[in-house]
Ligand binder design. Sequence first.
Ligand code: TRP
Length: 365
Amino acid sequence: MSEKNIILTGDRPTGRLHLGHYVGSLKRRVELQNSGKFDAINILIADDQALTDNADNPGKIRDNVIQVVLDYLSVGIDPAKCTICVQSALPALHALTFYYMNLVSTARLSRNPTVKAEIQMRGFADEGLPAGFFAYPVSQTADITAFDANIVPVGEDQLPMIEQAHEIVEKFNRIYGETLVMPKAVIPENETQRRLPGVDGKAKMSKSLGNCIYLSDDAKTVKKQVNGKMFTDPQHLQISDPGHTEGNVVFTYLDALCTDEHFGRYLPDYANLEEMKAHYRRGGLGDGTCKKFLINILEETLQPIRAERAKWEADIDAVYDILREGTARAVETTNETLARVRRAMRINYFDDRSIVKEWEALLKK
Ligand code: TRP
C-alpha cells in the first residue's frame, strides 16, 4: 500500500459544467494541481455512474463526456499534471464494485441521504429504482480505492459517499488484511462556495430549472441570467430603502466570487464586500449597481475560460488524445489495485501456484 498523496475526484457527464462546479470544485482542483504537493491527481469522468439513471439515454452521456473534458481543459486542468480518464474504460472498477457489493447491506445503502434525495427527485420511488443506481455509492468506493486515493475533493453532498467508502474499506481490510487506502473527503472552506444556488435563488443549479450559468455560456447569456432571473430583496423597492443581503442571491454570488481586488477594478467606492453590504443594508445602494458589479466579476472569471474552450474546441483530436492517454494510464493503475485485491482475497488462481498446492493437499486428505 502506498504512503503517497493521491487525489481522485470526478464528475458525472450529464451536462456541461457550470459556475457551481467552478466555485465548488474546479477552481480548487486547479489550485491543488499547481501546488505541486501531490503524487498523482486523477479526474474521473464517471460515465458509468451517469448511466445508472440514464440507461435509456447513453447518447446524452456520450455527448457530455466531451463537454466535460472541454470544461476541464478550459478552466486550466493540465493534462501534464492530472490524469483525466473515462470510467467505463476501466474494467477493474467493475470488478471491484462487484466484490465491494458484498461488504455493504441493502439496509445501509437505503440510508444514504444523498441517494435518498436523488431517488425522490427522480421519481424512482414510484417508477422503480434501478439496482445500479441504488448501489452507485459502492461503485464510487471502487473509483476511489482503485486509484489508492487518500484525498477526495468533493462537494458537501458527496460526504455520505465517502462515509460509505470508509465502511467498505474498513471492512475489506478487516476481512482480507490491510489492502485498501482509507480515503478522506476534502470539501470547500467557504460556505457559499460549497453550494452555490441557481440564479433564481433555488438550492442548486440544475439544467431542468434553467437556473445555471454554464462555463461555456457567452457574455450575453450570462448577463441575461443575472438581470432577468436574479431576484434581490423584495422589500428593497427604492434605492434609498434599507435592503437585506442575507438570502439575496446577488450577494450570495458575491460572497462566493468577489475579492477585494475586484472593488479596485470595478467598484472603487468600497474597499471590500463588507463595506458594500453595509451600504446596501443602510439604503442608498441600488440593485442595478450590485448586478453590474457581479456581471463584471463573472465576465472577468468566465472570459478566459471561454477563450481557452474555443482553442480546444478547434482541436478535438488533441482533446481525444488527452482522454485516451489519461485513460490508458488509469487502466494500468486500477488493474494493479484489482490484482492486489484479488491477491488479498486469494482468488488470484492463475498467478498464485500456492493455491494449486493447497488444492492438491486438500484432495490428498
Ligand atoms: N458522485 C459524484 C457527483 O455526482 C461523481 C463521482 C463519481 C465522484 N465517482 C467519484 C466524485 C469519485 C468523487 C470521487 O458529483
